[in-house]
Write a protein that binds this ligand. Sequence first.
Ligand code: P1T
Length: 385
Amino acid sequence: MVSGFSTKAIHNGEEPDFREGASGDVAVPIHLSTTFARINAANPTAGYEYTRSSNPTRKALEQKLAALDDAKYGLAFSSGLAAASTVILSLLKAGDHVVGFDDLYGGTRRLLSNVFINFGISTSYVDATVTENVEKAIKPTTKLIWIESPTNPLLKIADISAIAKIAKKHGLILVVDNTFLSPYFQKPLSLGADITVYSTTKYIGGHSDALGGAVTLNDDNYYQKLAYNQNAVGAVLSPFDSYLTLRGAKTLAVRMEQHQKNALALADFLSSSQKIKRVIYPGLKSHPQYALSKSQTSGFGGVLSFELDGTLQDAEKFLSKLKLFSTAESLGGVESLVEIPSIMTHASVPKEVREKNGITDTLIRVSVGIEETDDLINDFKLALL
Ligand code: P1T
């Protein structure tokens, strides 16, 4: 049976178990057991041995996430960065080179530039909004291209199909971090990417109460390597967090629609304010890549950024005036959040890189929640007075 997105989000991985002795749960239970008794030494019960290797609650989530991306495989990790680390250490080795988008989440850039460099894996960063920049940065040692689209926090868009063609031509692996749009609005694998990475902490979990990460993919060989290292390294998602993420994922479609509705309304409001220098939201026709964005996604998501006229102190003061928007890192939860990337999420990016790329001290990133639209706009109206 071919099912629609929400049907899969609700049912896949959680089909009731009608076997003798099973209870027919419609929501998968939290299997806290760290180990599973065997029928005999040579025969693990139902394939489960030890929770780091495999756990029924995590397995349910992995199946659901794979289904949402129309992928063959899904793997769940203890955080988005644990997922990213496992991808890199599974597929690359000392001497290999990565081409990365120049506007990645600060933590991903820190992982590549400050951690994997110590293991001989180097990264060059390019503005991947211009596809040729990606191809020009490829060296004989390049093995992998790592992009986000939209990027964090400047919401730049990469032409995923065009970059996938370049990756294929040069025999490289294309990884797309799809955290900002979630599988509801964008499916990188269907655009030609090899691997999709998520921080499920964000939209997939959706309630700011479960840290997690995931990978979805179709390639059998990459899957074997990643699954091996998921167990060997051990950065797995706990049963409880798997349960919370499963629960969140069921409402992904309805949440994403409301996030987008509110983000568009706020972006329109900010665009009309004299106190705002520029508003960046891929759903605004003024976004330089509005057409590209429309062509490869079915929506624009719930994150926008804008630049306030003034100084860092003015930006801080503005945030303190907001009542509904908490000043906090992260995004993708039901509640609205605001942050200043230069001193928060992207503080680990060297100042000269931040400034060159446009992450100024007055750039404010907004994760627009799913509260009542008018309440969010009014909060901004009052804070801008
Ligand atoms: O926080 P963690 O679950 O490890 O996910 C890391 C990560 C990966 N990719 C993207 C695009 C992300 O935005 C993040 C985490 N980002 C934030 C915490 C933030 O406020 O931007």
